[in-house]
Design a protein around this ligand. Structure first.
Ligand code: SAM
Length: 496
């Protein structure tokens, strides 16, 4: 393994430890091996973000025991120490435990910790550090390492990587009572376990944990074990990691271990908005999915209130939403470029256009049809009107919710990158389909959706959990069938 190196020759001794760490980050990042970088989630935190994170800690303990798991070159520890030394009351001692699995970072991390020691000593603060060059998740599950406990501060920018169900990480996590699907949530959950009561954790992570069924146990873990005190949302996807191609929306959060949930939570954004909101605005009481809703401005909160006041659930309306049943790469032998004898229409997200459906697409690079064989037949929906919703919006698309009404004249198949609304497997009455399409395509509902969804994926569960208008209002909207964004928004405003 090659060591990552950085030329620090031009730095004057007056440079702060964070400036040095940031110079290292800028030098090292472009030279990291692409594959390894993706595998280990090596997106190092820029100085201003690290400084904001460090500033989020409340009053510091006299003897700080800091955990930096997945430390990289030590940017977060550098920011923490800088912040601690700048406070009116400085700690008596700071002890840092840094985990970093990539030995290539060892020298640079060592240098940052040396800088921290020098700065602390100059300020009369005792400093000690140890680097554990090992896998944080696996090490945390080793019972001999009971030394990984009793931290009173944790600062994290954890790696992002999916955890497969058969992986060693998954088993190690299970032994710690943690069920989760990504390394980032694993790191946060473990760090929370390793904090002593009253300890504080500040982490920057993707926003994807805020909703969706897979992160439900992780959200519950946070709610059961800590008080969520501050949430800082990056409204722009690229802002946190400007130099790197990070496309996830990010959020920074501050938690206090074992404390009763604070009544009010501070919500902030990178565009400078900040407000204290009642905790029930973030996680609604009785929400069995425990979505974290980020109502950033008072307008967001007002919108959330209006949408949540909608009277019906999908069940009340007698409707269901499911994911399309055709997984095309598993059904290759049945796919047909164009419709013909013995085929059924096959709908992909690309067929959805401007609230309608354009099918078949000439020279479509995917398939417009699927052969009706006994295996395929049971995946078809009967003729009728369905509401199709894209499961993934493209990066260029402004909207998360993109839905179209599809009028199937013959049995049809839906690709699994579409969700579809139906009534017990059959189509919807025309006015209801059109009314629902207008409701879901409105700017208001899309804005509401973004409050809890920070990624481009639209899960069927998210759609199931939306509040909906009454059947009468949907029918009224459907009779009116507004066309164009302005007309849709104006019509939906009459029922919101
Ligand atoms: C997103 S980077 C953040 C680095 C640093 N905390 C920062 O903010 O600049 C995640 C770091 O975790 C390290 N890492 C990845 N998987 C790890 C694991 N299983 N155990 C310990 N460190 C890991 C990566 O090598 C990388 O340095």
């Amino acid at each position: 393994m090659l060591n990552h190196t950085a030329d620090l020759g031009v730095l004057s001794p007056t440079h702060s430890i964070t400036a040095r760490a940031d110079k290292v980050r800028r030098e090292v990042s472009p030279r990291l091996d692409g594959n390894r970088r993706a595998e280990l989630g090596q997106f190092l935190t820029p100085e201003p973000v690290a400084a904001d994170m460090a500033a989020m800690f409340g009053e510091l303990p006299a003897d700080v025991r800091l955990l930096d798991a997945g430390a990289g070159v030590g940017s977060l520890t550098a920011a923490f120490v800088t912040e601690a030394l700048a406070r009116p009351v400085t700690p008596r001692s700071i002890t840092v435990t840094a985990f970093e699995v990539d030995p290539g970072f060892a020298d640079l991390l060592g240098q940052t910790l040396d800088d921290c020691r020098a700065a602390c000593e100059a300020a009369g603060v005792r400093f000690a550090s140890r680097v554990i060059e090992d896998d944080y998740v696996l090490t945390s599950a080793e019972p001999v390492l009971s030394v990984i406990e009793g931290f009173n501060c944790a600062i994290l920018n954890p790696p992002y990587a999916k955890i497969s169900s058969a992986s060693r990480w998954r088993l190690a996590l299970r032994s710690q009572g943690i069920e989760t699907v990504n390394l980032y949530s694993a790191f946060v959950a473990l760090a929370l376990n390793q904090l002593e009561p009253g300890g504080e954790l500040v982490a920057i992570t993707p926003r994807s944990f805020c909703n969706g069924p897979y992160y439900r146990p992780f959200r519950q873990h946070l709610l059961d074990n800590s008080s969520i005190e501050r949430l800082y949302v990056f409204e722009s996807r690229k802002k946190a990691f400007r130099d790197d191609a990070v496309l996830q929306e990010n959020v920074i959060f501050q938690l206090r271990k074992g404390a009763r949930q604070a009544e009010r939570v501070r919500l902030e954004t990178d565009s400078g908005e900040a407000r204290q909101v009642p905790f029930e605005e973030v996680v609604r009481p009785g929400d069995k999915h425990c979505f974290f809703r980020l109502t950033i401005s008072p307008e967001d909160a007002a919108l959330a209130e209006r949408v949540q006041a909608m009277p019906c659930s999908l069940v009340d309306l007698g409707l269901k939403v499911s994911t399309g049943r055709i997984v095309d790469f598993r059904a290759r032998e049945f796919l047909r470029k164009d419709p013909g004898d013995g085929t059924a229409p096959l709908l992909y997200p690309a067929h959805l256009r401007d609230g309608g459906v354009r099918w078949p697409i000439p020279d479509f690079k995917k398939s417009n049809a699927i052969a009706v064989t006994p295996r395929v037949e049971k995946e078809l929906v009967p003729p009728g009107r369905y509401l199709l919703a894209k499961r993934f919006s493209s990066k260029e698309e402004k909207r998360r919710l993109v839905v179209s009404v599809y009028d199937a004249e013959v049995p049809a198949a839906f690709d699994n990158k579409l969700n579809f609304y139906h009534r017990d497997g059959a189509g919807l009455p025309e006015e209801i389909a059109l009314g629902l399409a207008a409701f879901l395509n409105s700017t208001a509902v899309d804005d509401y959706f973004r409050q809890f969804s920070g990624h481009t994926q639209v899960n069927a569960t998210d759609l199931r959990n939306l509040p909906y208008p009454s059947l009468e209002d949907l029918e009224r909207l459907g009779r009116h069938a507004p066309v164009g964004q302005e007309a849709i928004d104006a019509a939906v405003a009459t029922i919101l």
